[in-house]
Design a protein around this ligand. Structure first.
Ligand code: IMP
Ligand code: MG
Length: 182
């Protein structure tokens, strides 16, 4: 198992497995009847997934516009706290098909909030693509349209996802298992 910053990390989804899945997801997206597609990457966790997925989408023949939104997180696992937009998109979504990209769908609160916001601004449709779905943790009524992998209820890091701002750079998704021996 890889050791990074003194931690043993178990690989759950390798970079090659993710790359293969991204191609399949991009084909699924291409199979939809989207018109003038606007991709919105939910920062920060989705930046690597979004970067890879839009390039896979290019290979699948889609040319989306790409935007970024940053939504306040309410802290790991907590259910309280309001959700706010910390950094908004710049484009007008009125009448457009939007694809929200996020790293993990857990309670569903982040994506539901963001989807409802864009619908209230007049988006024609808002679909969602997530790399990982932790279905057992769902609270809001929301299913993603495109799911990379059904993920067990582990706290995962890598491929854009962090714990305390660390490990985003890992090319794979993993779980921190233990401290490595000195
Ligand atoms: P929710 O669906 O609103 O509960 O929030 C999902 C968000 O929580 C994701 O976009 C991640 O930023 C974060 N998150 C949830 N589970 C994990 C994890 O296992 N590792 C890192 N971030 C996570
Ligand atoms: Mg996030």
């Amino acid at each position: 198992m890889p050791v990074v910053r003194g931690k043993i990390i178990e690989v759950l989804y390798s970079s090659s497995a993710i790359a293969r899945r991204n191609l399949e997801l991009a084909k699924d997206v291409a199979g939809r009847d989207y018109n003038d597609l606007l991709v919105v990457s939910v920062l920060k966790g989705s930046f690597i997934f979004a970067a890879d997925l839009i390039r896979a989408m290019h290979d699948a023949g889609i040319s989306p516009e790409v935007e970024f939104i940053m939504i306040s997180s309410y802290g790991g696992g907590t259910t309280s706290g309001e959700i706010r937009v910390l950094r908004d998109i710049e484009s007008d979504v009125k009448g457009r098909d939007v694809l929200l990209i996020d790293d993990i769908l857990e309670s569903g609160k982040t994506l539901k909030f963001t989807r409802d916001l864009l619908l209230s601004r007049g988006a024609r449709s808002v679909s969602t693509a997530v790399l990982l779905d932790k279905r057992s943790r769902r609270q809001a009524e929301l299913e993603a349209d495109f799911v990379g992998f059904e993920c067990p209820d582990y706290f995962v890091v890598g491929y854009g996802m962090d714990v305390a701002h660390a490990f985003r750079e890992l090319p794979f998704v993993g779980v921190i298992r233990d401290d490595a021996e000195e």
